[in-house]
Design a binder for this molecule. Sequence first.
Ligand code: NAI
Ligand code: MG
Length: 359
Amino acid sequence: MKHYSIALIPGDGIGVDVIREGKKVLDTICELDGGFSLTYETFDWSCEYYAKHGKMMPDNGLELLKGFDSIYLGAVGYPGVPDHVSLWGLLLPIRRSFQQYINIRPVKLLRGIKSPLANRDASDLDFIVIRENNEGEYSNMGGRIYEGTNLDMAIQNSVFTRTGVERVLRYAFKLAQEKGKRKRLTAATKSNGINHTMPFWDEYVHKIHQEFPEIETNIVHIDALCAFFVSKPDVFDVVVASNLFGDILTDLGAAIVGGMGIAPSANINPEKNFPSMFEPVHGSAPDIAGKGIANPIAAIWCASMMLEHFGEEKAAAAIMEAMQDVLEEGRVVTPDLGGRATTEEVGSSICDTLKKKLG
Ligand code: NAI
Ligand code: MG
């Protein structure tokens, strides 16, 4: 029997609640499937940990995570700890050290969810954004001088490397080739305003396109691309973007398919030399933390993506179906989707549906 080890990092705020439900669903499908086993170890790294220890994770944190098959993370960040401290103290070191250079963010309208875009259904809203995850605009290059004086200034540099750009583009083209319904790739740019790194990015889009001549390829300015996500989302298949553009674009992507409570993401090390990390797009939501009403769908979708990454396609698909059955029935949904159910009730309802279908 195949076995997978999972490091759980629930993190802060609603991260804790949604990971609990995600684990519950994983345990249920694992038992029903019978073809694989899962073990977990929980790490309490968070802003609370920071308050006690002055760091987001122990010095050997990455060493501790290295041996796991994957990492399942809720969210980190909470008022009291500056966001750049929580992010650079945990999430970004994991993404970088483990070469999780691909961030997969599906923009797909699930059964049972109504898009805020008028007259759009699931056939119009079904594409994947690939975000570059290790360099670009989030590169920790720069500095600040003359703080507290009239000369106060800050510089933040973007880093685009041939290796970094080629590998994310190649991954995106390959995805369009293997899984794309429309065999189409859209690359986000801003080569008119950002005149060094973006023409560089565009040049490599053309270059890698030559390896995939059958893929229809468009390079679109990020501002126009945002508008097209709203006005003609049906034209997209695979969208590839730099770190910053992909980050911003995918919150919009989440909004057009039902909001932050639903959007999943996977940080992938395609070579599988290191664990990949699965986490909802949303943060710790301090405004609803502790109320038990966070939507666990994003986290549960991430659990499905994790199983898919392991190669457990059948189990992954079963989670997606059960989740959509519950959404379509509409009885047990959280307030962000207009319902009154709790986080825990949604998780349990998905588990019950799985048992009914497969038990
Ligand atoms: P957020 O995603 O936590 O919340 C934005 C809005 O969406 C809030 O109104 C929240 O209530 C709602 N929301 C988010 N997830 C939801 C869910 N599952 N169910 C129902 N409603 C949900 O983003 P925000 O407020 O910008 O950030 C809060 C904290 O989270 C910050 O410290 C930030 O740095 C951190 N953060 C962490 C991330 C991560 O760990 N990957 C990602 C984004 C933010
Ligand atoms: Mg974001």
